[in-house]
Design a protein around this ligand. Sequence first.
Ligand code: VG1
Ligand code: CO
Length: 543
Amino acid sequence: MTVRTIPTTPIDDQRPGTSGLRKKTPVFMASPYLENYVQAIFDGIGGVAGQTLVVGGDGRFFNDRAIDVILRMAAANGAAACIVGQGGLLSTPAASHLIRKCKADGGLILSASHNPGGPDADFGLKYNGPNGGPATEAVTEKIFTCTRTITQYRILDADGVNIGIPGQYDLAGMRVDVIDPIADYADLMETLFDFDAIRALFVGGFRMRFDAMHAVTGPYAHEILENRLGAAAGSVVNGTPSPDFGGGHPDPNPIWAKDLMQTMYGTDAPDFGAASDGDGDRNMIVGRNCYVSPSDSLAVLADLAHLAPGYAGGLAGVARSMPTSCAVDRVAKAKGIACFETPTGWKFFGNLLDAGKVTLCGEESAGTGSSHVREKDGLWAVLLWLNILAQTGKSVAALMADHWARYGRNYYSRHDYEEVDTDPANALMEQLRAALPALPGQEFAGLTVERADEFSYDDPVDGSSSTQQGIRIFFTNGARVVFRLSGTGTAGATLRVYLERLETAADALAQDAQEALADVIAAADQIAGIRRLTGRDAPDVIT
Ligand code: VG1
Ligand code: CO
């Protein structure tokens, strides 16, 4: 076995986005695209000599071959050990947990999350640091700089390791531990939640449906929900991971998890429905005839987390990404705990969690999590909901009605315009930016602008600052619109428009969100000229 040093040159487009580097699969597969980026990660973090790394992914097309390259490169760069999920599988939260539990130096997670997978779909890779969380902006910037200056990469010229069989292997002096990807994560969940109470719920006839969307959470959900908690066999559907997610879009929202929505709104619906995304860090919660928006889910969990053993002592504080609705802020205020507002992306929660300032975090994009790992965690959210349902004995719909009656309802929706040409998308943002100073006082669709700005964030822990994180328009009636461009797409630009309005009148809490937000939606279009600039009549996806 020889270590080969292969000369290479920088590849232009290796700037990581909201969550690692995502590109079309054929781009990643065309050597040396992957090799360059992996070497840039290693160089960007100051080398991996003597380090232990966790490696795993969501099982999408190219997962196994990419892991083979990563292992041979880690060995050639002098890493001491790699811990790999059997078959190359690790959900993102399970990988985060393993990094922390094994006191590893970091990890490489192979996923493009909710983006489709397959030979012509999307692939992705991200680096997580020793706290188990996504690399900070500073580390990400160093990695990007290395992609611009790379001259060579190191790789072992040898057969790799058979990651299909658990065990300990030697790869030219680097230890490779192929481990059960599920056991440690499932054990962690048992420490946080009252499994006896949830088991009793199922014994009492409670029925649920968990849609794993042919992605990585299937085996985790089978083990935790069916084997350990006693949910009826068949409660987990689409539970076998497939390289192209069964040809679907593993994004847990009412559009892509349509089957689940139909079941939950149909006759003989189960009591509780949930779904997760490609890499297992997102969650969708839906009760019988009751879809729970992710922002509302975060607020309910913040309100009632103390009903689960892991959070019985209360919460240190909460955090949400800026475009997430302000529902959780109202809960934090009532509880007298801090509420932080961060830019989009889980990497911004890491410092707050590490510093013990917050216990729970969430994003409007179906991500919720806590200090138990440093990623959002789909199954964790499902289990916390189950624990709350078991303790209160109430239905999802009743819990939501209680919540809105007490705190008011933040009607909320996100409109996505996907694969818009980059030029008009950038022009739209530029025009908005330029218009900001003149907006206050102006009226759009009957709503008057109170203030408007572009969000920037000063991290209260490390003092770093992140600018241009979304344009915000606040109206005098308390409504809000946020505009930003996605940082996870692989083709063109995706414009996200986040719409919100608080309602406290007791007789107005049960409206359809699109109807309740009609004037805010109209104002957003007037202000940004969405139809005019994108040429689109309507959003591609409404969540
Ligand atoms: C999207 C979501 C964001 C989330 C990110 C990664 O980013 O909006 O909230 O953190 O995806 O989630 P963007 O830049 O496209 O809006 V995942 O489950 O794709 O790792
Ligand atoms: Co994800």
